[in-house]
Design a binder for this molecule. Structure first.
Ligand code: TYM
Length: 339
């Protein structure tokens, strides 16, 4: 199993946590897992080098603080495993220009960047993502296509996963069986957490207002305020209704995912009590979930040597797996052998 996250902010947000990261922690119990902080992806838009370095460390610390266990999972930074860029190049040579141009995230991001800010890297971003995933094919080579390779992600990554599957199949057909065909693992209920101020838009690092996002590392005060001020409709009924009550529906999803209580049970619990009590309880739940993660993150960041050692060890293990795949890939593609 493989998944990745970009180090593009000083904290992950609630959408990242519920859509993906919680599953990362759970799946290390049952799968061989590779978790990657994708710094190569983070430079597809203009960036500040010092901020990237800081955010990469914060990202790794948060993942450990959430429960990623470096004994069981391989946690690493993408740029420390050069095979990602190498396979990215090869897969790029199998990707149609039109095919890459149809990616909706590229269309959205390039519209935001404008022509001058839209880089070739942004265009080939999903191809590099395909490389991230396929490098960790269990048992690359003959029989690989039948093996299971799961990718826990939120709904917004579905199209990139489809492209990855297409590229894996295309490579296998053209050059002989090499890659497993990956499967997206998208959580029901929490696949798309929306913005607290704009409940029909995805909660996102690039949101127009910070009031709409809950950061994992945020202090309890602002966290509570944001939830209490979350946009809801003018009614009073705590009821799941995507079309007419997008704000309350989003909060119900968050509540349900964090507490493990089914939505109908929550609707019943808050019948007649209005939005105030519901929001107050949800705020407490969010604070209780993230306070220990914030505290552990700060502790981990205080011991940078240890963090660097964990990442170096993760990169060494990831390279071993990535090299196994690349040996097959280079041979299949027709590159002359290396000693
Ligand atoms: P990124 O860094 O934007 O987000 C990391 C993960 O968080 C999920 N997510 C959400 N889930 C639910 N609701 C939301 N509002 C929300 N916002 C974000 C994302 O779906 C993702 O799972 N392209 C990827 C990074 C990547 C990757 C990979 C992922 C690079 N290589 C290989 C999986 C496998 C991205 O930008 O995620």
């Amino acid at each position: 199993m493989l998944s990745g996250i970009q180090p593009t902010a000083d904290s992950f947000h609630l959408g990242n946590y519920l859509g993906a990261l919680r599953q990362w922690v759970a799946m290390q119990e049952t799968h061989q897992t590779f978790y990657c902080v994708v710094d190569l992806h983070a430079i597809t838009v203009r960036h500040d080098p010092a901020a990237l370095r800081r955010r990469t460390k914060i990202a790794a610390a948060q993942l450990l603080a959430m429960g990623v266990d470096p004994e069981r999972a391989t946690l690493f930074v993408q740029s420390q495993v050069p095979e990602h860029a190498e396979l990215g190049w090869i897969l790029g040579c199998l990707t149609g220009f039109g095919e890459a141009g149809r990616m909706t995230q590229f269309k959205d991001k390039s519209a935001k960047q404008g022509t001058a800010g839209t880089t070739v890297g942004l265009f080939t971003y999903p191809v590099l993502q395909a490389a991230d995933i396929l490098l960790y094919t269990p048992g690359p080579g003959e029989g690989a296509a039948g093996r299971v390779l799961r990718v826990p992600v939120g709904e917004d990554q579905r199209q990139h996963l489809e492209l990855t599957r297409t590229l894996a199949q295309r490579f296998n057909q053209r050059f002989g069986e090499t890659f497993a065909i990956p499967e997206a693992y998208i959580p029901e209920g929490a696949a798309k957490i929306t913005d607290l101020q704009e409940p029909t838009a995805k909660m996102s690092k690039s949101a127009s207002s910070p009031q709409g996002i809950i950061d994992v590392l945020e202090e309890p005060g602002p966290m509570r305020k944001k939830i209490m001020r979350a946009v809801t409709d003018t009614g009073t009924e705590v009821r799941y209704d995507e079309e007419n009550k997008a704000g309350i529906t989003n909060l119900l999803r968050i509540y349900s995912a964090l507490s493990g209580t089914a939505v109908p049970e929550l609707e019943q619990r808050y019948a007649g009590s209005g939005y105030g009590q519901f929001k107050k309880d949800l705020a407490q739940l969010v604070v209780d979930t993230f306070t220990p993660i914030r505290e552990r993150t700060h502790k981990l960041l205080a011991d940078e040597d240890r963090l660097d050692r964990i990442l170096a060890d993760g990169a060494a293990r990831a390279r071993e797996a990535a090299e196994r795949t690349m040996e097959v890939v280079r041979d299949r593609v027709g590159f002359v052998g290396r000693d």
